[in-house]
Design a binder for this molecule. Structure first.
Ligand code: ES4
Ligand code: ZN
Length: 324
């Protein structure tokens, strides 16, 4: 099974670039940029990756982000992730980045995106890995800040395929960002939003995603299983869910394999992804192996999940056809 998973050409659609910051790299960047960290060794950092919910995770995630300062830092972060992904058999990836988490520390938008874009170009030529970039807005920041970042992104709109919404979901519903997502759509961006598992009012959030924002995808979103009408709407509109089993195990103490199986049976286009692989200590292959080892998934199930990923990828049809 390991060989089958490793050899399968894969697409990953839900991975936060800042969540791929490995502890060794985090420590090296802290030293290079003169930033002091509470933890001084990789082992000590890893011991601190002990999350019980979304907010305990986000605290650690934002603390790690502070070491990213220069264009070269963003290049290295992205290129190292692309190297790992390519060696895991990923052939296409859509990566999220969180510009507000950097601009609020005084890092210019163009420093962030130039570094990431340079890594994407190098990944294509040196690794044969195709990638696209999704700009996420932090939902615990204001809608005005999101709008300002949408404007900042416009000179680089050829480098960005879509926008997403992440961070702390409590009291930050999709409707808060209706205007900026509508503007993003007008600018030609695809739309997705996180509806993290078991959040307060999660069903309302999923409904708003579908009926108000009119998203193209939902990140997580597996609570839709609690409402047959929601599941039918997802199937009818071909809206995919990007699910992250090991992330769920950390954040909601469940691998969610039963939910993934039910969604597959209903014909919802579910996919499997790593979310924040450096923090959850599991890249895409480990996520797939967890479903096999603990959820009893078969090769056929895994192939279906991976076909779904290529089908809902934000790629032009002629490029998609290469993979399907
Ligand atoms: C995230 Cl697991 C998760 N949920 C919400 N926002 C995030 N950003 C990075 N990982
Ligand atoms: Zn996520």
């Amino acid at each position: 099974m390991h060989q089958f998973i490793a050899g399968l050409p894969k697409a990953e659609l839900h991975v936060h670039l800042e969540g791929t910051l490995e502890p060794e790299h985090c420590l090296a960047l802290a030293q290079r940029n003169g930033i002091s960290l509470e933890h001084k060794t990789p082992e000590s950092l890893i011991r601190s990756y002990d999350f019980c919910d979304l907010s305990s995770f986000l605290k650690v995630y934002y603390s790690g982000i502070r070491v990213l300062v220069t264009e070269q830092d963003f290049f290295e972060l992205a290129f190292r992730y692309f190297q790992r992904a390519a060696s895991d058999g990923v052939v296409y990836v859509e990566v999220f980045f969180d510009p507000q988490a950097h601009t609020m520390r005084g890092i210019p938008f163009d420093v962030i995106i130039q570094g990431i874009h340079r890594a994407q170009c190098e990944a294509r030529t040196a690794l044969g890995l195709e990638s696209n970039l999704i700009m996420c807005f932090l939902r615990d920041q204001s809608a005005e800040s999101a709008s300002e970042h949408l404007t900042m992104s416009m000179p680089f709109n050829d480098w960005i395929v879509g926008v997403g919404l992440d961070s702390d979901e409590k009291n930050n519903p999709p409707s808060k960002f209706a205007k900026v997502f509508s503007d993003a759509r007008d600018q030609g961006y695809q739309l997705t939003m996180h509806c993290d598992v078991n959040q307060v009012n999660t069903l309302d959030h999923i409904r708003e995603c579908l009926d108000l924002i009119k998203v193209d995808r939902i990140d997580h979103g597996l609570n839709c299983l609690e409402d047959d009408q929601l599941c039918s709407a997802l199937v009818e509109r071909g809206i995919g869910l990007t699910i992250c089993p090991v992330s769920n195990r950390f954040v909601v103490q469940s691998l969610t394999s039963d939910a993934i199986r039910s969604l597959l049976q209903k014909g919802v286009k579910v996919t499997v992804n790593s979310d924040d692989p450096a923090y959850f200590r599991a890249y895409i292959n480990e996520n797939l192996m967890a479903l096999i080892d603990e959820g009893g998934f078969t090769k056929e199930d895994i192939k279906r999940l991976m076909t779904n990923a290529f089908e809902i990828a934000w790629l032009p049809g002629r490029l998609k056809a290469k993979y399907l």
